[in-house]
Design a protein around this ligand. Structure first.
Ligand SMILES: Cc1cc2nc3c(=O)[nH]c(=O)nc-3n(C[C@H](O)[C@H](O)[C@H](O)COP(=O)(O)O)c2cc1C
Length: 202
């Protein structure tokens, strides 16, 4: 079994539809830890030692948050700035995270079509996520394709529930080490193959 850490960031969870639904699906899963960053650090004073200890205990690190201004809510940036220290996470002596996996789970108001060279946002979601991808690479981790939910304001609760089920399926497969690297190759989003995941991997 792999240990999965969800680094969760939503500044107003009480008003969330998407992430509240996703969280409901992944609470109480074996080997999955949820670390709610805004709940724990409302003033953004991050406990670096605690966060580093958490990273060491887990194999797969997920950053789950709404897409804000083509990136993450502010606390995620603060977390990266403080926790990923030189010669701990990266640098010639920085090997604490070697071999771990990292991925993003995000929700966007914009449609998938809008996130394309022809669309209004001009770049793909994967292109916007380049800082996460490269940070993982710098820290000698493997960056997995993101799980992305689009057009959030148009989604009915039943559709959100389906994403919640997909998310749960993905987490169970990751924790059960039933998804290995070849399966990810050539995929933009994790979601693109999760509907058939149970069938493929059982
Ligand atoms: C401050 C702010 C910035 C946002 N920036 C973006 C953005 O850059 N791209 C996008 O597609 N949606 C953007 N949105 C829409 C949110 O991503 C969307 O409302 C959220 O994913 C819905 O999830 P929730 O129901 O859990 O809050 C933004 C929303 C807010 C409040």
């Amino acid at each position: 079994m792999a240990n999965v850490l969800i680094q969760f960031a939503h500044p107003v969870l009480s008003k969330s539809r998407v992430h509240k639904t996703l969280l409901n699906q992944c609470s109480n899963l074996t080997n999955v830890t949820i670390n709610d960053l805004y709940e724990r650090y409302p003033d953004l004073y991050i406990d670096i030692e605690r966060e580093q200890r958490l990273l060491l205990k887990h194999d797969i690190i997920i950053f789950q948050h709404p897409f804000y201004w083509y990136s993450s809510p502010a606390i995620v940036k603060q977390w990266f700035d403080l926790v990923l220290e030189h010669n701990w996470a990266y640098g010639s002596k920085g090997n604490a995270l070697v071999g771990k996996k990292m991925m993003s789970v995000i929700s966007c108001g914009g449609s998938r079509e809008a996130y394309s060279p022809e669309g209004s946002n001009r770049y793909t979601v994967n292109q916007f996520l380049a800082p996460f991808d490269q940070t993982a690479t710098l820290c000698k981790m493997t960056y997995l394709p993101p799980f992305v939910i689009h057009r959030t304001h148009r989604l009915a609760q039943t559709q959100l529930d389906e994403y919640g089920q997909q998310y749960r399926t993905m987490l169970l497969a990751l924790a059960g080490e039933r998804m290995e690297l070849p399966i990810f190759q050539g995929k933009d989003y994790m979601n693109d193959f999760i509907p058939t995941l149970d069938g493929q991997l059982n």
